[in-house]
Each structure stands twice: as structure tokens, then as C-alpha cells.
Write a protein that binds this ligand. Structure first.
Ligand code: GDP
Length: 305
């Protein structure tokens, strides 16, 4: 929890600072107040819909509680955000699903270059290895030699195994080799890296579909998760990427990285509310331990603390 807190420090400063600046200008609860509030929330990247939702509910609540002071108003805003996000959070399944038989569990990681796929795979490899699991990585991003080497380096650092190929090889063939190895040598978990070129949707879609086919052919109930990795510090861009990816692939959950560097933590709320995809993990730094399970209520409270 302390690490979660530390990692969120920047998001929090950004969000809380915005809210405080907003409240510093507070004069009265009038139409201007609600308009300014909506603008503040949109700038903090909670998304248009959520901003309107909070504003609407705040109108009601202010009437009910007869809230007039700055402090009361500030409290109601935080409460409403926790309500909206907490409620959504209760219904969503944040857990990473596991294979239900003795076959290896397979997670496929998708997302644009630089989002943090390889780093997240490295962090998860360490987590599973430490828990005593037999972990295999697949370097499915064959597009860049750097990506293959980076994943191999994570395998060395975490004492896990990796299947690689030469740069330019067919990603599906690397994944095929990895799945075969995982099955034959009884690995518990296989983490598959992929290339993230969004410039050409059709190619990306075909490539991801092919990779999935290869996995399913060998392991009918895999992949248990298709995890879309998004760089939270890119704000609305992350939301747009999430929309595009979820249209081309059956994404089962989101991983939001670089929340340590973001002053726009509201994006987590926007993505959740607009796409109805559960956030499963958050990245809070570059170190191997900077990966946390996502807890919605804790996250929203953390933004304002
Ligand atoms: P990929 O292209 O999607 O595989 O992205 P990488 O894993 O190579 O990550 C791109 C850069 O982001 C690297 O410099 C990582 O160290 C950095 N990075 C990844 N996750 C995080 C995070 O949670 N916080 C911070 N600050 N940096 C991160």
C-alpha cells in the first residue's frame, strides 16, 4: 500500500491540486460553479460522460445536504467520484484468470510501442517466479530486434525462460514454439509479448488473430487473458488507443502504466467508464516491484489524499 501511495504521488498532486485550485476560486454554488467544475474534471481527464455524471449528482447532493462551504463542496465531489467509481469497481472482475486444468495459463499482451508491455511482462514474470511458478516468456514482438533483446534481458533478470527468434520472423511461429514448449515442459504460465503497430489496423488485427489461433489450436481454453497495456500519462490518447484496440481484439482487461509520472490520473476513470473494461494492474514505476493489483476505491481515494 505504501508503494501504491508513493507511485500515485504525482497523479494525486495533479488531481488534488486541480481540485484545490478550483475550490480556491469558489464563490457560490451557481451555474458558473457547475460549468467550471465540469471543465476542471474534463481537464483532469475523467472523460466527458463522467464529468457530467459527477456534476449532475453533485447538484442533487448539494441540494440534499444544503452544502455551501468550500469544505463541504470538496467533500461531496470526492464522495461522488468514489461512489461512481467504487460502484463500477464492485461489479468488475479485477482478477487475472488462470487455467482451470493442468494446461499452462497464457496471457497475451497487446498495445502500442512504448506503452510498457515488455516491462510489465518482466514485472509479472518476477511476481510469478517468486510465487514458485514455472514461467515462460515469448518474444512475439519480432518487429524490433531491441524488443527481443529487452525481453531476453528480463528473462535473465527474473530467472525465467524465454523463446525468441530472429528479428523479422513470423510472430505466430515464435508463439507456436513457445506454446508447444510450455505444454511439453509443464510451465505454469506463458506471457506473450506482441508488436504494437497501430498504424495499420488490418495488419495488426490479422497478426493478433493469427497469434490467437495458434494458441487456441494447442491450448483450447487459452489465452485466459488478452491484456491491453496503456500509457496513462498520454491521457486522452490512451483512451483512443483503448477504443481502437478493443474494436480489433477481444481485450479482457487493461493494464495502465506510468501512473507514477502522470498528473492526469482521471484517465483511469474515463477508460473504465467509457469502455467497461476492468483495469487489472497498474504500473507505478520502472522497477520490477512497481506493479500493483488495481483497487478502484483505493485508487480514487488516493487521488485526493
Ligand atoms: P513496450 O514497447 O510496450 O514493450 O514498452 P516498454 O516496456 O519497452 O516500456 C517503454 C518505456 O516505459 C521503458 O523505458 C520503461 O522503463 C517505461 N515504463 C514502463 N512501465 C512504466 C511505469 O509504470 N512507470 C514508468 N515511469 N515507466 C514505465
Amino acid at each position: 500500500v505504501a508503494e501504491y501511495d508513493q507511485g500515485l504521488a504525482k497523479s494525486r498532486t495533479g488531481f488534488a491540486a486541480r481540485l484545490n485550485r478550483f475550490l480556491a476560486n469558489f464563490r457560490a454554488v451557481d451555474e458558473d460553479f457547475f460549468e467550471d467544475l465540469e471543465e476542471m474534471l474534463i481537464e483532469a481527464d475523467v472523460g466527458f460522460e463522467t464529468a457530467m455524471q459527477i456534476s449532475e449528482q453533485l447538484r442533487e447532493e448539494v441540494k440534499l445536504q444544503n452544502a455551501k462551504s468550500k469544505k463541504q463542496i470538496g467533500q461531496v465531489i470526492v464522495e461522488k467520484m468514489v461512489d461512481i467509481y467504487g460502484e463500477a469497481g464492485e461489479q468488475e472482475d479485477n482478477s487475472l484468470h488462470l487455467s482451470e486444468n493442468t494446461d499452462p495459463t497464457v496471457y497475451l499482451f497487446v498495445g502500442v510501442n512504448g506503452a510498457g508491455k515488455t516491462t510489465t511482462i518482466g514485472k509479472l514474470a518476477a511476481r510469478y517466479h517468486q510465487a514458485g511458478q514455472k514461467v515462460l516468456l515469448a518474444a512475439g514482438d519480432t518487429f524490433r530486434a531491441g524488443a527481443i533483446e529487452q525481453l531476453a534481458e528480463w528473462a535473465r533478470r527474473t530467472n525465467t525462460d524465454v523463446v525468441t527468434s530472429k528479428a523479422g520472423a513470423d510472430p505466430a511461429s515464435v508463439v507456436f514454439e513457445a506454446v508447444k514448449k510450455a505444454k511439453a515442459e509443464h510451465y505454469d504460465i506463458l506471457l506473450v509479448d506482441t508488436a504494437g503497430r497501430l498504424q495499420n489496423n488490418v495488419n495488426l488485427m490479422n497478426e493478433l488473430a493469427k497469434i490467437k489461433r495458434v494458441i487456441v489450436r494447442e491450448l483450447p481454453s487459452a489465452p485466459q487473458e488478452v491484456l491491453l497495456v496503456l500509457d496513462a500519462s498520454t491521457g486522452q490518447n490512451a483512451l483512443n488507443q483503448a477504443k481502437q484496440f478493443s474494436q480489433t481484439t477481444d481485450v479482457t482487461g487493461l493494464i495502465l502504466t506510468k501512473l507514477d509520472g502522470s498528473s492526469k490520473g482521471g484517465i483511469v476513470i474515463a477508460i473504465r467508464n467509457e469502455l467497461h473494461l476492468p483495469v487489472k494492474l497498474v504500473g507505478l514505476g520502472e522497477k520490477v516491484t512497481d506493479l500493483q493489483d488495481f483497487d478502484a476505491a483505493k485508487f480514487v481515494y488516493g487521488l485526493f489524499k
